[in-house]
Design a protein around this ligand. Sequence first.
Ligand code: NAD
Length: 482
Amino acid sequence: MQRLDQQFIDNQWVRSRGNHYLPVMNPYHEEMIAEVTAGATEDVQAAVSAARRALPAWRSLGGARRASYLDHLADGLTRRREALIRLSSTNNGKVLSEAAIDLDDAIACYRYYADQARRLEARQGVAITTEMTGIEARCYQDPVGVVGLITPWNFPLVTSAWKVAPALAAGCTVVLKPSEVTPLPEQALAEIALEIGLPAGVFNLLNGDGDGIGAPLSRHPGIDKISFTGSNRVGEAVMTAAAERTAGVSLELGGKSPILVMEDADPDQAAEWVMAGIYFNAGQLCSATSRLLVHEAVAAPLYAALEARIDALVLGDPLAAGTDMGPLASARQRDAVNRYLAVAEQEGLDVARDARHRQLPQRGYFVAPTLYRDVPLTSRLWKEEIFGPVLCGHSIESEQEAIALANDSDFGLAATVISGDGARARRIGRELRAGTIWVNSEQLVLPETSWGGFGRSGIGRELGPWGLASYLEVKHVIGPAA
Ligand code: NAD
């Protein structure tokens, strides 16, 4: 069995100073497939020191040369594509087709930021026009410095690509900490870094959990900025640690996103988009559109279309062709979702579909795709992020009510609007308080667009030029024209 007891620091694999190991599971077989070091503060110290040493040369290398390394990283992932898709599926439980989408998104992200790195070079020293004569003002964008990147388990390789690619493009050096639940796919990044001759210390990878690596990394005075994706509870702890030394933070946290189905929508088409918004990745999506606001005029046909589609979903081995939904990524996550299902029972929610409507596979951390109708707005299931395949429906009578209820959330990550009238859907979308609004669409995510949320969904934006900007400091040089 594989033992991840090494850390990737300064382009070398070095033995972790951690004193215990954590199991890495296959969530379908419920078997341990590896163990991973919990990590230690000494590992963080060594990685941050390496990243600091590497920073001046990497920063001075220029965007064009950094871009070529990013292209090579994308090439390295492309060469390993088939193996990484299977590994991701095995470690996370996601079906192969979804693991393939993830990997292709990650590759596209490295390529996009290679292009952004080239463009960044062209923007350095741009003159700013001022009213004052005889004054020359020029603008530069410098890297933030050494950055700590902490990622969750639901989209390994994608969430890290969204951080590593713009950080390297900007000229930052990085210390990446993948989730201890799904550390296996990310190890490839270190192998590729060696293969492509990335300068030592530019990319460091630390295996471990929150106590062993995450917390010491967040507190470390040598880290100029932390970019974190994960739960609100941990995000707040990371922000508190960063605040103690006025370090920057970007946070991508939870969501409780709405999907609005208006009275002019085609219920069958709407059902396709509703399904994709909640049962993709077994609902372990921060952008899961888990609150269905359906106009009462189409509620009955929509629920019928959803029930038929839920019944047709094939649950099983994520590596098998024909499986639509795999297990949840961990026993812990399955138990967390099951606790919500118990609350639903206590609250007496109207169950349209749950485990009583199907045979679950004999093994694996499965939760049946679940649908509740007419969920009261006071229900915990309506308000809290569940992070599993659980959809809550609620009927609305008007557009105004739909908008008001959609915006009635502490979170504001994403939303979907479905209407037979595309212009109307866009107009409603503009009224919603969320970082990404899909109109008459599945959840398209493109590297050129932005990702991040309002309210408790986080701070800052990833992807697009905003993703790069979060790893840059703006600097002016101003004085009498030379
Ligand atoms: P989590 O917060 O438990 O863990 C995330 C990462 O933080 C892991 O790498 C973990 O080891 C690390 N960590 C744990 N304790 C830490 C500490 N004290 N200090 C620093 N790091 C620590 O989250 P999770 O269970 O891995 O992921 C699920 C959550 O992530 C959900 O709430 C989901 O909404 C959110 N998420 C958000 C986005 C987004 O883009 N907004 C994307 C994916 C997941």
